[in-house]
Each structure stands twice: as structure tokens, then as C-alpha cells.
Design a protein around this ligand. Structure first.
Ligand SMILES: Cc1cc2nc3c(=O)[nH]c(=O)nc-3n(C[C@H](O)[C@H](O)[C@H](O)COP(=O)(O)OP(=O)(O)OC[C@H]3O[C@@H](n4cnc5c(N)ncnc54)[C@H](O)[C@@H]3O)c2cc1C
Length: 399
């Protein structure tokens, strides 16, 4: 998190050798560990100045989450556009062949094929590799960006609706509009330690991004979604999903009104295509661990149909369902889509949002700079208000 990270973080040394980066993303993404825990550990160990780069990267995650909360239409457009891209590809034999070669890692471009293999086998790619991969996918192979984002989402252990969709959009020149990311041969050779024999002529020259696909520009930022708060006096079913696997660190979550708890597997909702077994088993492990930590008997749910959840709540006399805040993405689509059924059965779906998100998200309305400027204040306020606690403690977040 200190000097070694700052100096080495851009180097993709290959599978099993990613030692200058933390590889914490599958845990952070599921809130098995919290942003505040890693930031406070970084500050405690290295001081704010030496850990600046690492802390900034953690805030990129919070920024992307907040940005998508302010523009949920961007997620809906991705989801709908992905279906349309898939249909279009079915009728395009040349494009389909190129897509099949890319997905199989048989393009003949050695770096790209190696990254496909690493992603499929380990569920991880270094950040720089993700950037080069997405750029080559979009500009050299001229494949639809959403199909690439979907491939990542189905295979990355840290796959996240906000970080993934918005990073692909960023590479395509749709997030910071007009500034696409161009993969360059010398850059790939240097930061992969000359592992690959990629030449300039192997890669497309990138003059402009995909802005013409969205001539209307970005939608305006809208206020954060209003949520139903928990009534501490009503019997409650606690529902744990892999959006937040630290129920014990959310105040009220394990209080006396919780009469039953369930974990809900949702990994399969990431895509209509097959989601990697590695991702599904990681999720199962994370939910099992969260269930153990919440200290209650837990019912594991797989399909999570509304009737199944209603029946469980009714069996235990619960009149409300409590879950950690559902950020924009497939789990929110799934659970909020069932809220009418819950209501019809006398159940209120309540959510608890973390103070960390309440602190950062109001600033995530435009570019990262607005959040970056606030980082010293976030760290100071975080320490004062005990959002940032010494590493190893699990501060309870108000809900
Ligand atoms: C095309 C593309 C797709 C991506 N898809 C995802 C995704 O689905 N899920 C995901 O968590 N990250 C995604 N990222 C961001 C980034 O690549 C990963 O978070 C990072 O590589 C994770 O490795 P690490 O934990 O070793 O990171 P470290 O360098 O050790 O960083 C520490 C933590 O900061 C956060 N972080 C670091 N860089 C970024 C970033 N650029 N954006 C957002 N958060 C960041 C992560 O939570 C990470 O664990 C994507 C980036 C690109 C370019």
C-alpha cells in the first residue's frame, strides 16, 4: 500500500506474480472487507502521503459506484444494449467468427490470448491488462464493447456492475467523452516486462472513441435513490447478498428484531450467458462466511424467487426484509423487481446504506477529480467520526 505499490502497480508481471498490487478487489467488491478498513490500514502503516496512490485507487471504486447511482440509466442502457449486440452478432458471420476467436483466446495476438487464458483460469486480470484488453477488443478487433464487458463480468471474481461497465465505457471514450484509451505496443512491452512480442502494426491507431454511438451525451446526474429504512420494532428477515457480506458491521443487522436470516446467491444474474464456476463458487464461499459471522441460523437460497423469500419470512413471522443497500446492478434489478410481491404479502423491503457511501457518493456526480479533491477531508472526517477505524475492528455503520 506504500512505496512498493506506487512504484510497481503499473507492471503486469503475469499470473502468480502480481505482487505489487493488493488483489483485494474480490473481497472489497463484496464488502468482505470494507473500503474504510483498507484505507485505515494504509494510513496506519505508511501514512497518508506514502499511501496516497493506493488510497486513491480505493476511491476510484467508491467513485464509480456513486457515479452509477446518480445515473442508473447507464446500467439499463448497457443491459438492453447487450441483448441487441448479441442479436446483431448472430446475423454477422464475420463478426461472430472474430468474437469466437477472441473469447477462445485464439486471435494470434500473443498478449491478448494470454490475458484470455489468465482471466478464464484465475478470475483476475491486472488493471493495466484490463485497459489494454478492452482497448484492443474495441479498436483493433472492432468488437462491440458491451460483449467484452459481459465477458469480463462473467469471469472476473471482482466483477462489479459499476467498475466494470464504467471502465469499459471509459476505455471506449464514453465516460470521459472524447478521450478513448489507446493500447500502445511499447507500453504493453514495457509494463509486461517484455513478455509479449506485440508490434505497433498489430494494434489499431485510435483517433476517436465511440462517442457517435451516444450523440445525446451523458444523462444528467439525478439524486440518490430514496430507500426504506428498517423499523427496529418489527420482526425482520435479514437477507445477505454478495453486494455486502459484512452484515455484522451494519448496526441493527444482528439486533433483537432479526428473527431469521438467509443468504441469496445472485452470481448467475450477472449475465444471460454462462457465469464462470470460479465466480459462482467464490460467491458461495463469501455468503457462507457472511452467514457464519452474522451469528444466526441461516437459510441458503439459490434461485431467490419472490415466493421462496416470502414463504421464509412468513414462516418466521417477519413483516420486513432487511438487506444492505442494493447498488445499481443485477441484484438490485432482481430484488426491487420483486418488491410489489413483497408488499402484497405484507412485507416491506428495507435497506441500510453505509456511512462511507453517504460520505463519498454525493461527490461522484461528474469526473473523478471532484472525489479526488475531497480525499484528504474524507480521511480526516473518517478518522474523526470513526468511519475509519484501526485495522482489525469492525465498526458498526448506522443504517
Ligand atoms: C476494463 C476494466 C474493467 C474493470 N472491471 C472491474 C470490475 O469488474 N471490478 C472491479 O473491482 N474493478 C474493475 N476494474 C478496475 C481495476 O482493474 C481493478 O479494481 C483492480 O485491477 C483490482 O486489482 P487489485 O485489487 O490488485 O487492485 P489494487 O491496485 O491493489 O487497488 C486496490 C483496490 O482499489 C480498487 N481499484 C483499483 N483500481 C481501480 C479502478 N481503476 N477502478 C475501480 N476500482 C479500482 C479495487 O477495489 C482494488 O481492490 C476494471 C478496470 C478496467 C480497465
Amino acid at each position: 500500500m506504500g512505496a512498493r505499490y506506487t512504484d510497481g502497480r503499473n507492471y503486469d508481471r503475469g499470473p502468480g506474480r502480481h505482487t505489487a498490487v493488493s488483489r483485494l478487489s474480490p473481497y472489497l467488491r463484496r464488502r468482505l472487507i470494507l473500503e474504510q478498513e483498507v484505507v485505515s490500514a494504509a494510513v496506519a502503516m505508511h501514512g497518508e502521503a506514502a499511501a496516497e496512490k493506493f488510497i486513491q485507487e480505493v476511491f476510484w471504486r467508491s467513485y464509480f459506484k456513486g457515479w452509477l447511482e446518480h445515473r442508473p440509466q447507464v446500467w439499463a442502457a448497457y443491459r438492453d444494449g447487450l441483448g441487441a449486440d448479441t442479436d446483431r452478432m448472430a446475423g454477422n458471420s464475420v463478426g461472430r467468427r472474430r468474437l469466437e476467436q477472441a473469447l477462445a483466446g485464439q486471435t494470434g495476438l500473443d498478449c491478448f490470448d494470454a490475458w484470455v487464458c489468465e482471466l478464464r483460469e484465475t478470475g483476475y486480470l491486472h488493471n493495466h491488462a484490463r485497459m489494454w484488453f478492452a482497448s484492443i477488443w474495441i479498436f483493433t478487433f472492432e468488437l462491440p464493447w458491451r460483449l467484452g464487458a459481459d465477458f469480463f463480468y462473467r469471469h472476473l471474481l471482482d466483477g462489479d456492475a459499476a467498475s466494470n461497465t464504467l471502465s469499459w465505457r471509459w476505455v471506449a471514450g464514453l465516460h470521459t467523452r472524447g478521450k478513448p484509451y489507446a493500447a500502445r505496443a511499447d507500453n504493453i512491452r514495457k509494463f509486461t516486462g517484455q513478455r509479449f512480442n506485440v508490434r505497433d502494426e498489430d494494434l489499431a491507431k485510435v483517433d476517436c472513441g465511440l462517442e457517435d454511438e451516444e450523440p445525446q451525451g451523458l444523462p444528467n446526474a439525478q439524486p440518490l435513490r430514496t430507500i426504506k429504512r428498517m423499523d427496529p420494532n418489527r420482526p425482520t428477515l435479514l437477507l445477505i447478498t454478495d453486494e455486502d457480506c459484512s452484515p455484522e458491521a451494519l448496526e441493527g443487522f444482528c439486533g433483537p428484531s432479526i428473527v431469521a436470516a438467509a443468504t441469496l446467491e445472485t452470481g448467475h444474474l450477472r449475465s444471460s450467458g454462462p457465469v464462470a464456476d470460479l465466480v459462482l463458487s467464490f460467491e458461495r464461499g463469501a455468503l457462507g462466511d457472511a452467514g457464519l459471522r452474522c451469528g444466526l441460523p441461516v437459510t441458503p437460497l439459490c434461485m431467490g424467487r419472490a415466493e421462496e423469500i416470502v414463504a421464509l419470512a412468513q414462516r418466521h413471522g417477519a413483516t420486513q426484509i432487511l438487506t444492505a443497500y442494493l447498488p445499481v446492478g443485477p441484484v438490485q434489478d432482481h430484488l426491487l423487481g420483486m418488491s410489489a410481491v413483497f408488499e402484497a404479502n405484507g412485507l416491506t423491503l428495507c435497506e441500510g446504506r453505509r456511512r462511507w457511501d453517504d460520505m463519498v457518493w454525493p461527490h461522484a456526480t461528474a469526473g473523478f477529480f471532484k472525489v479526488k479533491q475531497q480525499i484528504p477531508r474524507f480521511v480526516r472526517v473518517g478518522l474523526e467520526t470513526r468511519i475509519l477505524e484501526a485495522s482489525g475492528t469492525r465498526p458498526a455503520d448506522a443504517i
